[in-house]
Design a protein around this ligand. Structure first.
Ligand SMILES: Nc1ncnc2c1ncn2[C@@H]1O[C@H](COP(=O)(O)OP(=O)(O)O)[C@@H](O)[C@H]1O
Ligand SMILES: CC(=O)N[C@@H](CCC(=O)OP(=O)(O)O)C(=O)O
Length: 297
């Protein structure tokens, strides 16, 4: 027996669907880069709702391109092999052994899990690393030291993106596929580089001329010192928050990539809570933006 739904609920559902129309029109045929952070890939039901949202966006005419992280998953594997991860300014110090683990975890397990989830939900996902079809060319990153930016820190096999050749992504998107990209780059002499996934997502959004960049993470968005959600951030706010330490750890590369993308033409850049079911749909297809929008000025 199926019980009838109260009219109020039905009206509400119809209203939500009808409200999506202006967003569907605005974003039809547009590229949306979605960064799926390792910290947002925790519960099984959330992974399913993420995959479902990506497929839905594709089927209604948008072009989602997924860039994923996997920091916690790398950490787990490093622990199994008796190594401990170390981060400087939100970037993993990467020796040769760590690089093999990173490539195995990101290019293998995590990438294929996301591809399989999207495909189970009715999409046609194709997994890539930055090595495939020459997608992400990189060189060794030298980090300016905090407080003494003229001094440079060498943190190992961490990549600084030199060039993105988006042709493979364009081919896949036009063939109705959903690209799923692991943040690994290659150097001129065949070196393999570990690149922060937020940095890859930001650059990918710029190079693809994406309409939006949505970064899914494990906080409600960017928080102030008291833990309140900030719904919008200007470059000035960001400078102040970096200087007083309100932004730290993994949020540093995230914010700087988000700001670069906003300044380089990506119209909507959002950091949102990947632990909220269907956060991606709420952000893109409703008026109820969730999380923090990063403004270019
Ligand atoms: N001001 C801030 N607001 C929100 N999160 C912050 C802030 N400063 C630092 N963080 C940290 O940044 C983390 C998100 O970055 P990260 O761990 O790299 O996640 P992801 O795997 O999604 O990229 C948060 O879980 C939080 O611990
Ligand atoms: C250089 C660097 O820090 N690379 C990251 C790549 C994965 C990543 O960025 O994962 P999240 O998005 O889940 O944090 C790392 O090794 O953890």
């Amino acid at each position: 027996m199926t019980l009838a739904q109260p009219h109020d609920n039905i009206t509400l559902e119809a209203q939500v669907l009808a409200e999506a129309l202006p967003f569907l029109k605005r974003f039809h045929g547009k590229t949306i880069v979605v960064k799926y952070g390792g910290n947002a890939m925790t519960e099984e039901s959330l992974k399913q709702s993420f995959a479902n949202d990506v497929v839905l966006l594709k089927l209604v005419g948008l072009n989602p391109v997924v860039v994923h992280g996997g920091g916690p998953q790398i950490e787990q594997m490093l622990t199994q092999v008796g190594k401990k991860g170390e981060f400087i300014q939100g970037m993993r110090v990467t020796d040769a052994e760590t690089m093999s683990v990173v490539e195995m975890v990101l290019g293998g397990a995590v990438n294929k899990e996301i591809v399989a989830l999207i495909n189970q939900n009715g999409g046609k996902a194709v997994g890539l690393t930055g090595k495939d079809a020459g997608l992400i060319r990189a060189k060794r990153l030298m980090l300016p030291k905090h407080g003494s930016p003229s001094e440079l820190l060498d943190i190992g096999l961490v990549g600084d993106i030199q060039q993105i050749d988006p042709s493979i992504v364009h081919h896949l998107v036009s063939g109705a596929f959903i690209p799923v990209i692991a943040p690994i780059g290659f150097g001129p002499d065949g070196e393999t580089y570990n690149i922060n996934a937020d940095v890859v997502a930001g650059k990918m959004a710029e190079v693809l001329g994406a309409e939006k960049l949505v970064l899914l993470t494990n906080t409600p968005g960017v928080l102030d010192k008291a833990g309140n959600l900030l719904t919008g951030l200007t470059p000035r706010d960001i400078d102040d928050m970096v200087a007083d330490g309100t932004l730290s750890g993994g949020m540093l590369p995230k914010i700087s990539s988000a700001l670069d993308a906003a300044r380089n033409g990506v119209k909507g850049v959002h950091i949102i809570d990947g632990r909220v079911p269907h956060a991606l749909l709420l952000e893109i297809l409703t008026q109820h933006g969730v999380g923090t929008m990063i403004k270019s000025s």
